[in-house]
Design a binder for this molecule. Structure first.
Ligand SMILES: [Zn+2]
Length: 221
C-alpha cells in the first residue's frame, strides 16, 4: 500500500503500484495540506484516483490536533474526497486526530451512499470505535498499541470483532516497541500483530490471517 502526502508522492506511490505486482496505491491528501489544494491540484487528484491499481481514496480526514489547515478547509476537502470515493466506488482511508465527533458526523451524513473504508491509526476509545464500526468502517492499529502507555488502546483492540481490525505501521513514524524512536519500516508490522495477539490472547498466526483477509475484503484485492 502506498499512501499519500503531496501530489508528487501520490504520483510516486502510483508509479510503484503500477510497476510491482504486490503493491497497490491510495490517492489522497493529508488534512494538514488541505489548504494547499486548489482547483488545479483537485483536478490532478481526481484524475489520479481513477487510475488502475488505486484501491482507496486517502488519506483524507481531519486533524484538529495540529490544525495545520483551518478546520473548515479540512472539512470541505474531506467531503470532496468522500464524494470522489462514492463516484469511484473506492473505500476511504480516514485520518482522524482529536476530531472523532466531526469525522463521525461527516461520515454519518453520507448515510446509505457510504462506501465505507478504514479509520487508520486508530487511537480513540471503545465508544468511538463502536461508532465507526456501526458506520461500516474497519479500524486500523499502528505501533502505538505496543507503547507502554497504551493499555487503554490494547483494551479496545481486545474487545473489537476480529473481522474488523487491520494493522499497519504508518512508517516512517511511530515505530513499535522494541524499535520505538527509530525509523519505522513496513516489516515492523509484525510487532503490531504481536501486540494485537497478546491483547486478545490468541496466536500471532490467527491475527496475521484475519488482518490479511480483512485488508483483501476492504481494498478488494
Ligand atoms: Zn494519518
Amino acid at each position: 500500500m502506498g499512501g499519500a502526502g503531496d501530489l508528487s508522492s501520490n504520483e510516486a506511490a502510483l508509479r510503484l503500484a503500477q510497476s510491482f505486482p504486490g503493491l497497490f496505491a491510495t490517492v489522497g491528501m493529508h488534512p494538514h495540506d488541505a489548504k494547499d489544494v486548489g482547483g488545479e491540484e483537485w483536478a490532478k487528484l481526481r484524475a489520479l484516483m481513477q487510475e488502475p491499481r488505486v484501491v482507496a481514496v486517502g488519506e483524507t480526514g481531519l486533524d484538529f490536533y495540529y490544525e495545520h489547515s483551518p478546520r473548515q478547509t479540512q472539512m470541505e476537502l474531506f467531503s470532496s474526497f468522500i464524494g470522489m470515493a462514492r463516484q469511484t466506488a473506492l473505500p476511504l482511508v480516514v485520518h482522524n486526530r482529536e476530531s472523532d465527533r466531526e469525522v463521525a458526523e461527516i461520515l454519518r451524513g453520507e448515510g446509505k451512499g457510504s462506501v465505507g473504508g478504514v479509520i487508520h491509526c486508530f487511537t480513540g476509545d471503545y465508544e468511538s470505535a463502536r461508532e465507526f464500526l456501526d458506520l461500516g468502517f474497519f479500524l486500523s492499529f499502528s505501533g502505538i498499541i505496543t507503547f507502554k502507555n497504551a493499555a487503554g488502546l490494547r483494551e479496545v483492540v481486545r474487545r473489537l470483532p476480529l473481522d474488523r481490525i487491520l494493522i499497519e505501521t504508518d512508517a516512517p513514524y511511530l515505530a513499535p516497541v522494541p524499535h520505538r524512536g527509530k525509523r519505522n519500516e513496513p516489516a515492523f508490522v509484525r510487532f503490531v500483530a504481536e501486540a494485537v495477539a497478546a491483547a486478545r490472547g490468541i496466536a500471532l498466526e490467527e491475527v496475521a490471517e484475519a488482518t490479511s483477509r480483512n485488508a483483501e475484503r476492504l481494498f478488494r484485492i
